[in-house]
Design a protein around this ligand. Sequence first.
Ligand code: HEM
Length: 478
Amino acid sequence: MATRLPRATPHWPLLGCVPSLLMNPKACMEDNQRRHGDIYTVSGLGQQVVIVNHPRHVEHIKLLNAGNYHTGKGNPMAQFIIPGAISTTDQEAWRLRRRLLQPYFTRAHMVRLFPRLLESIDTELDTWEGEHDLDKICSHLSMKVLIKTVFGASATSEEIERVRLALDYVVEYPIRIAVSHLMSSWWSRLGLPGAKHALSTFTEVIDDIIERHEPSTDEDQDVLSRLIMATEEHEDTLDRRWVVHQVLELILAGYETTSSTIAWLLVRLATDARVFDNVRREVDAGVGEGAWSLQRLRRLEYLQATASEVLRLYPAAYLFWSQCMADDVIDGYAVPQGHKVAISAYAVQRHPDAWEQPDHFVPERFVGATKLDKHAFVPFGIGHRQCLGQELALQEIHTTLARIVMRFDYTVDGATEDLSPRFGIALRPQNRIGIRLAPRQVAARHMSRADEDRWPQGLRSCVAVSPEARRSRRHRRS
Ligand code: HEM
């Protein structure tokens, strides 16, 4: 017999706990998890959302009973902004869209994109010396790289800034937009004018970029050429507006997520000299001043582990939405048909059942890790709706980090002591963070085994890596 789901508190008549969620979503969700456990329901304004927080819930919803949870139907904000896109459709409509773009995001295709990616990162880093707003420079970099690499197009700094400011509205107020959208009455419109204005600015800029875009002669090199070609093949059903929507989806999905991950990486490295030194030594030894290739970058195990640890602590997509299509039971609790379900990747990736010292920043847990619970580390989702742009995002994050530690020394200011995030559309730092970059002073040098073994012994106790895995890694090296 399934149990009734506990209801989130505080609960006001009609409004439910929506006001607390709007005021401080992170505190509200953490508080409810403490009071009610890993699964509870949030209700208010006529809506019911089930929030789940445990790795076994990920397994149930995304793998074991995935057919019963429709992702496209689940995300209220995305439905409003990009109806008919990959992330907002299900079943056949989703399959068609995903199939069209999948070939441009495979691991193999990334090898071809790498020179373009490296060049656009370097061009952007050329402007980084000096003092900046961290969020702003990471956003610029992420947007430029995305537009150049994925769409084979270029955008001016002024265009990037317009799009960035417009998207900032959407990024800053996701819950406000989602709540407005959920309400069917007249006052739902109160929250929307800002979002509508933001979206029309975005459309104007993208229209201009499409106008100037020169179709690639090698058709499988850029997504924009493929999208435009699709409108020629299906003149009756697909038009320029459809192309703009697809571009909007990829930018929305790929820009803030990647940029906030890079920003968190820079903050965490600036506040942890040990990890910074390890990353830099590995980059010096692995690629250094030599020719940069994707193959060499993919061998930088510690750098990748550091990025994974940041993605674990600060998963940019921290809530995955879906809709329950038929009555279900999760962990003994009844989940009725029609309820929205939100998996908190943030809570799952810090769950004490899966991670030792879950709030500590310890990249070593991912070095040689063979025993990680795959349901407990899902920064890019899991199952058939896993992130389309995962390989691109990882490649961009790893390359940017490697180039920054090669080229600059830097400090940050404004980070809070506990480095806890704020829940927006992605996870952002609590305060505005400044960064000061100077050309690197210490010359590149090669990492030795002795350097590597200098990782403090005390850390071993919170690394979720088996001794066998560590032994086999040493064996591979020697
Ligand atoms: C650090 C960067 C990124 C993170 C953390 C991230 C995370 C995610 C997650 C968790 C999902 C699945 C959500 C769910 O199960 O409901 C997803 C889906 C998606 N992502 Fe990403 N993403 C990133 C970068 C990108 C990039 C660069 C692109 C493309 C340019 C992209 C395009 C997409 C698309 C199209 C989907 C929808 C897939 C589908 O529904 O089939 N993402 N992303």
